[in-house]
Write a protein that binds this ligand. Structure first.
Ligand code: NI
Length: 173
C-alpha cells in the first residue's frame, strides 16, 4: 500500500468529475481503495477522502469515510448517488485539499440524505445519513463532482477565505 498525494486548492484537477467504476473487483480499483484508506488514516482529523482530491490518473468514483474518533468505522462508497434529501443544517467544514486546517467555513446543506452506492465488495448499499455523517457524505459527494466546500460560500466570504489561505500558506513557507 502507498500513501497518495492529496491535491491542494487551487489545483485545477480538484474540479475533475469522478469516473464511474465498472468493476469493483478490478485489482487496480481494490489497490486504490486500500491506498485511500491508508492515506485517510495517516492524516489527523480526516473523516473522509475522495479520489478526485488525489494524484490519480483516473479519478474513479470512490470515497472513503470514517467519522468515528477511533478510526474503527471504515466505509467505502463507490459510484454514490443521492436519492433524496431533507431539511437544512449548518456546520463548520474544513478539507484536506483546502489546507491548512484552520481554514474552515460554515456551509448550509440538507440535514438528512438518503443515498445508494456500492461497497468495496460491490454490494449495494442504501442508507439515510444524519448529523455529522450526512455532512461528511455530502462534502465527499461534492468532491466527486469537482466541488469544494468553499464553492458553497458567497462571493464575499469566498474572497475572505481565499485571502486567508494565501496569508496562512505564506506564513508557513
Ligand atoms: Ni474535502
Amino acid at each position: 500500500m502507498a500513501l497518495l498525494k492529496i491535491l491542494q486548492y487551487p489545483d485545477p484537477r480538484l474540479k475533475r468529475k469522478a469516473v464511474p467504476v465498472k468493476d469493483v473487483h478490478d485489482p487496480e480499483i481494490q489497490r486504490i481503495i486500500d491506498d485511500m484508506f491508508k492515506t485517510m488514516y495517516a492524516k489527523k482529523h480526516c473523516a473522509g477522502l475522495s479520489s478526485t482530491q488525489l494524484d490519480l490518473e483516473i479519478p474513479w468514483a470512490i470515497t472513503v469515510i470514517d467519522e468515528s474518533a477511533d478510526n474503527k468505522q471504515p466505509m467505502c462508497l463507490i459510484n454514490p448517488e443521492i436519492i433524496s434529501t431533507e431539511g437544512t443544517a449548518t456546520y463548520s467544514e474544513a478539507c484536506m485539499s483546502v489546507y491548512p486546517s484552520e481554514i474552515s467555513a460554515k456551509v448550509t446543506r440538507p440535514e438528512k440524505v438518503t443515498f445508494r452506492a456500492l461497497d468495496h465488495n460491490g454490494d449495494k448499499i442504501e442508507m439515510t445519513a444524519e448529523g455529522f455523517f450526512a455532512i461528511c457524505f455530502q462534502h465527499e459527494f461534492d468532491h466527486l463532482n469537482g466541488k469544494l466546500f468553499i464553492d458553497h460560500l458567497s462571493p464575499l466570504k469566498r474572497k475572505l477565505v481565499d485571502k486567508k489561505i494565501k496569508k496562512v500558506r505564506k506564513q508557513q513557507q
